[in-house]
Design a binder for this molecule. Structure first.
Ligand SMILES: [Zn+2]
Length: 312
């Protein structure tokens, strides 16, 4: 790794080669007809401490390049500072575009019925979030779906990778809703505990969709697993949790989303929707400003109560 002080304020060009067989992440093994590249495969040298960057990347291949904002010449360009350069190369991909023309779904060895399901649900969730939270600056979205024998799904600007292992279940649709919700909830700093404003809000939004699709009982049953898990591991508070804490992921995603559900129970769903709408439209990125907004819309007492929850 290049020491961070050698990079700050300057530009650096790095030339390197990487053998596909060297990809160490077992969950993202290279396959000839569907090769996925992202931060998990370590295909480019980078360290979180470097901060976010913008990129232009040219891919030389005769196969199809699947990525957000890819040009005809297979050039990828970031739309905002980021930490990842995700793309796929495939000789076998099938493409389907949702009715609104904004969502493009690429898949490989996935049944038609699953793709139709993903297509309908993604459009439905996108529309619901847009109506409720306001417009997102993402007007085109690429979703890749593969039966990759792994459970890691992830979202980047304009891009979602949805993965499952043989059986496509309701919970995968739930993951889809979570990742789509990140088109609205991805403004807070990723490298600090403020990331809960991304993860818990995306998780909460997806829970609302789950409840709408399958009912409150199904949502409670889904939550019970995580609730028990969080209780068993005596999860630390959301407030100030270090990103390198071994429970950080669970806390910023699930524990925080439970707090939001509790808040919803207290102030009602319409008020919560209004809160999230304002949160998005005012581009709120920190908990302090979020608590101010909560106080403005629902009173100081509620805001204090919620702050305490985050510290528990
Ligand atoms: Zn997430």
């Amino acid at each position: 790794m290049i020491p961070v002080e050698n990079i700050k304020g300057n530009e650096i060009n790095i030339v390197y080669s990487n053998n596909f067989d060297e990809i160490k992440n077992e969950r993202f093994q290279y396959q000839r007809d569907w090769a996925e590249f992202n931060i998990y495969t370590d295909y480019f040298p980078w360290n979180f401490e470097y901060g976010l960057f913008e990129y232009t990347l040219k891919i030389n291949t005769d196969d199809v390049v699947i990525a957000p904002n890819v040009s005809k010449e297979n050039v990828l360009k970031s739309t905002k500072p980021t930490f990842d350069m995700p793309f796929l190369i495939s000789s076998q991909a099938t493409k389907r575009t949702a009715e609104n023309g904004k969502i493009h779904i690429y898949s490989h060895q996935v049944s038609d019925s699953i793709i139709t399901d993903v297509q309908k649900k993604s459009q439905k969730y996108y529309n619901y979030f847009e109506k409720t939270y306001g417009t997102t600056d993402t007007d085109e979205l690429v979703i890749v779906v593969s039966d990759s024998k792994r459970s890691v799904s992830y979202a980047r600007p304009n891009f979602i990778s949805l993965n499952f292992d043989q059986k496509f279940k309701k919970t995968h649709i739930k993951v889809l809703a979570h990742e789509i919700a990140h088109l609205w909830w991805l403004k807070a700093e990723l490298s600090t505990w403020e990331d809960w404003l991304n993860e818990s809000f995306a998780e909460y939004s997806s829970l609302v969709m789950y409840r709408r699709d399958y009912g409150k009982e199904a949502m409670d049953a889904y939550n019970k697993r995580f609730g028990d898990w969080i209780q068993k591991m005596e999860a630390p508070p959301v407030w100030g949790i270090k990103k390198n804490h071994e429970r950080s992921n669970a806390v910023v995603t699930y524990k925080g989303s439970f707090h939001l559900l509790d808040l919803e129970e207290k102030i009602g769903e319409p008020q919560t929707e209004k809160l999230l709408n304002q949160m998005h439209n005012r581009q709120i990125k920190t908990t302090a400003v979020f608590l101010d907004l909560l106080s403005e819309l629902n009173g100081q007492e509620i805001s204090n109560w919620f702050e305490l929850k985050l510290k528990q």
